[in-house]
Design a protein around this ligand. Structure first.
Ligand code: 0L1
Ligand code: MG
Length: 260
């Protein structure tokens, strides 16, 4: 496997996002590459955004539930980064024209009050470093036509990350079994999916721990103050102007996104 042209790959992804025009998978045009190189390309995409003025405020996990792995035909999780320009304020509308093919999915978000790094971090360490958990909706927008990609492609594409919104309730995770947090996902008042926290790698905190261990392989970690989206509990739903997406979480509260 030869190294792919990083400049060409980054240009393809940033131009697709800028022009809201989907592109073909990098692996089909630039040749195959592995997950390690895919994370190098992801880092280059994020560096490019930082150079344009964005800053990293958190991270996200993807493909953490069996439902999502089946939907996307892959068998392992992945991660990406959240930048400040991706955050939607409570009540703010999701402007569909800013995206290529937006989808929404409900997630449990962790707000860290301590840094997390190292190859041996487990779910208990994550909970100990967590200030609060919050209900969240992850907004996806694959830069690849029809969400058709291989795992390295979607890693390079920052895990299809495009936006996110957290609910206004900050909940202390102690005394709550996050595996048992139920969620309902409604679009326009129609129930589209239900799930519980255990859908996310058995426990949402185990999912964040997986991320920390994956980052340790690159000598990276998570910082205090970061928001971590721990992975979707259900499949993602496609959204269009006029839709209202509502995710209701047991004990964590509700988060809602109007689309226009
Ligand atoms: O947040 C996610 O689960 C994204 C994973 C990437 C696959 C997708 O685009 O659904
Ligand atoms: Mg997600």
């Amino acid at each position: 496997m030869s190294a792919v042209d990083s400049t060409a790959a980054v240009r393809r992804l940033t131009e697709a996002a800028r022009s809201r025009t989907a592109t073909s998978p990098l692996t089909s045009d630039l040749g195959p590459f592995d997950a390690a190189m895919a994370y190098d390309l992801q880092a280059a995409v994020i560096d490019d955004r930082i150079a344009q003025g964005s800053s990293i405020i958190g991270a996200k996990l993807g493909l953490t539930s069996e439902a999502k792995q089946r939907q996307m035909k892959v068998s392992e999780p992945l991660y990406g980064w959240l930048t400040d320009d991706m955050r939607l304020d409570p009540g703010e509308a999701l402007e569909c024209a800013r995206y290529i093919q937006p989808r929404c999915e409900p997630e449990i978000a962790f707000l860290l009050d301590d840094e997390l790094s190292g190859p041996d971090v487990g779910a208990a360490d994550v909970l100990a470093a967590t200030a609060a958990v919050m209900p969240a909706i992850d907004v996806l927008d694959s830069r690849f036509t029809g969400y058709a990609f291989t795992l390295p492609d979607v890693i390079a594409d920052n895990a299809s990350g495009a936006g996110f919104i957290t609910g206004s309730t900050l909940v202390d995770p102690f005394g709550i079994d996050l595996r048992l947090i139920g969620v309902t996902l409604e679009v326009n008042g129609i129930l589209r999916a239900t799930a519980a926290g255990a859908a996310v790698l058995g426990h949402p905190a185990a999912s964040v721990a997986w991320l920390v261990r994956a980052l340790a392989r690159r000598d990276e970690g998570l910082e205090a103050g970061m928001v971590i989206l721990s992975g979707a509990l259900t499949e993602a739903v496609a959204v269009a102007p006029g839709d209202v997406v509502v995710a209701r979480f047991d004990r964590l509260g509700t988060v809602e996104v109007p689309c226009r």
